[in-house]
Design a protein around this ligand. Structure first.
Ligand SMILES: Cc1cc2nc3c(=O)[nH]c(=O)nc-3n(C[C@H](O)[C@H](O)[C@H](O)COP(=O)(O)OP(=O)(O)OC[C@H]3O[C@@H](n4cnc5c(N)ncnc54)[C@H](O)[C@@H]3O)c2cc1C
Length: 362
């Protein structure tokens, strides 16, 4: 396995616990700040518009995160609830409610004025309704990645710190040697386009946390599809997250600067001014630069690129929360007892929106 982000570490842990001998090659340390999984926090909500596959996966993964927290002795999933602000009556959120209902995933539909009481200051006069997922919440993402790596090692996974390349003819080239295995998985996030010819676009994504008064600490997480904005309360003193989900400019995860752009702060602040006006001038407390590895339709890539060699990528900005459930799904594929859904293949994809919580493409 190559890549110790949350996808690689979760799969390595799952495979080692079912009897596989696993070597996990990572060029830096698990949880290093260049990887997408090292965002301090990630949202877990089950709404994916019309799609039920990812909704089911997120709901299943929620149990996985709770189990991980129990095993590690640290809470990685916080059930803050997630509110999805719907501007259209029959838009993305309405489609999501239908799926949540079919899957028996708890939710309620709130009047914007009622939903607004969960926030110290809220303007919802342009909203049609608010979809609340009471059992969803926020993941301590970077910490969860480190803990998953630690549990994987305890389960027998051998960690190797090195940069790997596809060896000509198959296998993995590491430190001048070619290593072979029954299965090789390249879970290399935004680095994948440098390794294989894949239909992936890597974009820069700046996230911001604001210094909000104490009353904002316990707000629910929130997202607004039609404004491509999301955030949550102050977790671990990082400040209130309020950030844009609009796809940013092209980015190189290895060499790109990790200083946020002034335009990203403007975008986040514009949203605060509109939805939470009391915070429009709040100082920035913390920021991170990260990257999306996007496919055109935001469906992931799970595909065999050479005999016994799989590429796992194209998370499209909604991959973290699913990791424990995705690892179960992949384990069946790797042992040959299941085939990946054709949606994850290397066929040409058409540009569609709806899987991410972002209705805008930038
Ligand atoms: C700003 C932002 C917000 C997000 N919000 C959410 C959210 O709210 N909810 C959600 O579920 N998801 C969210 N995501 C997406 C989520 O973070 C990703 O889907 C997930 O972290 C992807 O994990 P990964 O393991 O595939 O990739 P990564 O975490 O990037 O890991 C890939 C690893 O592969 C290693 N690697 C690459 N090439 C090599 C090589 N040649 N040799 C050795 N090692 C190599 C890299 O060093 C890296 O550690 C967000 C992403 C961003 C950027």
């Amino acid at each position: 396995m190559v890549g110790a982000g949350i996808w690689g570490t979760s799969l390595a842990l799952r495979l080692a616990e079912s009897g596989w001998r696993v070597t996990l090659i990572e060029q830096y340390a698990p949880g290093h700040l260049r990887q997408a999984s090292a965002g301090e926090t990630r949202l877990l909500s089950c709404s994916h518009g019309h799609d039920d596959w990812y909704a089911r996966m997120a709901w299943k993964a929620r149990d996985g995160w709770r189990r991980l927290g129990e095993r590690a002795g640290e809470e990685v999933f916080l059930e803050t609830g997630v509110m999805l602000f719907a501007r259209q009556e029959h838009g993305w959120e309405a489609a999501s409610t239908q799926v949540l209902k079919n899957l028996d995933i708890p939710f309620e539909v709130l009047d914007p004025a009622d939903a607004g009481r969960a926030f110290p200051d809220f303007r919802g006069d342009d909203l049609s309704f608010v979809l609340r997922e009471p059992r969803s919440g926020v993941l301590r993402a970077r910490r969860a990645t480190q803990l998953t790596a630690r549990l994987a090692q305890a389960a027998g996974v051998t960690m190797v710190r090195a940069e790997a390349r596809p060896a000509p003819g198959g296998g993995v080239r590491v430190d001048g040697e070619t290593r072979t295995a029954d299965r090789v998985v390249w879970a290399c996030g935004a680095w994948l386009p440098a390794l294989f010819d894949l239909p992936l676009t890597v974009t820069r994504q700046d996230t911001l946390h604001f210094d909000a008064p104490a009353a904002w600490a316990s707000i629910p997480a929130y997202a607004e599809y039609d404004s491509s904005a999301y955030g949550h309360g102050d977790l671990d003193g990082l400040g209130m997250k309020a950030t844009s989900d609009v796809e940013g400019p092209p980015y190189d995860p290895a060499t790109g600067t990790r200083q946020i752009l002034p335009a990203s702060e403007t975008l986040a602040r514009d949203y605060l001014r509109r939805r939470f006006p009391a915070l429009a001038a709040a100082p920035v407390l913390f920021s991170q630069v990260c990257q999306y590895a996007l496919t055109a339709d935001a469906e992931w890539i799970i595909a065999q690129v050479r005999a016994g060699e799989w590429v796992l990528g194209g998370d499209s900005g909604h991959g973290f929360k699913h990791a424990p459930a995705l690892a179960d799904y992949l384990a069946d594929i790797l042992d040959g007892s299941a085939e990946p859904d054709p949606r994850f293949g290397l066929h040409p994809r058409s540009a569609t929106r709806g899987l991410r919580t972002s209705g805008q493409t930038g």
